[in-house]
Design a protein around this ligand. Structure first.
Ligand code: NAD
Ligand code: UDP
Length: 311
């Protein structure tokens, strides 16, 4: 197949491009590099089955030739990034998703939206099943991301119902691995890099909030299973192994050492208190569940950052 990956120079997008190339597809990655980097796809340069287009998906998208499928991942994803780029985040979720859906219609291609657990906001139902409608503050600082993704989901389903487009919606939960940016502010690269540098680990709030971390190869496998299924979703893709942020900081210190202490900083506004995916749907309908343990996934990620930081 010939497949477009928007956000293809980002963290998850670049791993998805690798998998698609490995499986023999032709891949076009499209990215404006606002939070991504060509470093993530440098190893694919020169591959005749890979092509990169530097473009902002909120503007009319032109891709020559046919396309069979579009994975739409373009969007800032780290809370620090979407607070730095609030308008761009709203625009890419709304206008960018509209342009990408229009392209899918024009090319008669299937379409997968990379949505997020943030559509559940600060959830009042735990763990989160797909039929939970969420608890989002539309005017809070995180609203720029949460509402953009909620709009993107609604738009994708409207294209499915009105135009008959083949649509798949994945709600991705916290995913980590090599190629995250050391300074993107997300807790996994933050704690790993702090520990590797011997700095204190900055736990926000009292650290009792929970997250469930999924290794990137598992997330990519989930996206592919969903894309090639006959199920529009939405489907949660994440690892149900839940821990508090404080436990995660302690795990990092025991795995890396470094001599730093745990220090507490204010909790960001609307930071969800709990998050854990109910993955019954993915298990039964896609035959998918995460395979990589936290210890193994963190091992790969720590090695990546050790090399990246020249330590
Ligand atoms: P990332 O920031 O590494 O990747 C996003 C990519 O999109 C970047 O390369 C960026 O430059 C590009 N991009 C942003 N706006 C664009 C625009 N207007 N035009 C073209 N390209 C644009 O983040 P990621 O973690 O790889 O996330 C990828 C996708 O997965 C995002 O849509 C995100 O919302 C979703 N997601 C990620 C997670 C996670 O834990 N990593 C969780 C839930 C959802
Ligand atoms: N967090 C933290 N210290 C940091 C970065 C993040 O305690 O240096 C917390 C953050 O407040 C949140 C959790 O870790 O409760 C996960 O944050 P992240 O930015 O990775 O993603 P989120 O799940 O909030 O989208």
């Amino acid at each position: 197949m010939r497949i477009l990956v928007t956000g293809g120079a980002g963290f998850i997008g670049s791993h998805l491009c690798d998998r698609l190339i490995e499986e023999g597809h032709d891949v076009v990655a499209l990215d404006n590099l606002i939070t991504g980097s060509t470093d993530n796809i440098a190893h694919l340069a020169g591959n005749p089955r890979f092509h990169f287009i530097h473009h902002d998906v909120t503007e009319y998208i032109f891709v020559s030739g046919g396309l069979d499928f579009i994975f739409h991942l373009a969007s800032p994803a780290s809370p620090l990034d979407y607070l730095t780029y609030p308008i761009q985040t709203l625009k890419v979720g709304a206008l960018g998703t509209h342009k990408a859906l229009g392209l899918a219609l024009e090319k008669k291609a299937g379409f997968l939206l990379a949505s997020t657990s943030e559509v559940y906001g600060d959830p009042l139902v735990h763990p989160q099943p797909e039929d939970y409608w969420g608890n989002v503050n539309p005017v809070g600082p995180r609203g720029v991301y949460d509402e953009a993704k909620r709009f993107a989901e609604a738009l994708a389903f409207a294209y499915m119902r009105y135009h008959g487009l083949v649509v798949r919606v994945a709600r991705i939960f916290n995913t980590y691995g090599p190629r995250m940016r050391a300074e993107d502010g997300r807790v996994v690269p933050a704690f790993i890099c702090q520990a590797l540098r011997g700095e204190d680990l900055t736990v926000f709030g009292d650290g009792s909030q929970t997250r469930s971390f999924c290794y990137v190869s598992d997330t990519v496998e989930g996206l592919l299973r969903l894309a090639w299924s006959d199920d529009p979703g939405p489907v949660n893709i994440g690892n149900p192994e839940e821990m508090t942020v404080l436990e995660f900081a302690e795990t990092m210190l025991s795995m890396i050492g470094g001599g730093g202490r745990i220090v507490f900083q204010p909790l960001p506004v609307d930071d969800p208190k709990v998050r854990r995916p109910d993955i019954s749907h993915a298990r039964t309908r896609l035959g998918w569940e995460p395979r990589v343990s936290l210890e193994e996934g963190l091992g790969h990620t720590i090695s990546y950052f050790r090399e990246k930081l020249c330590l």
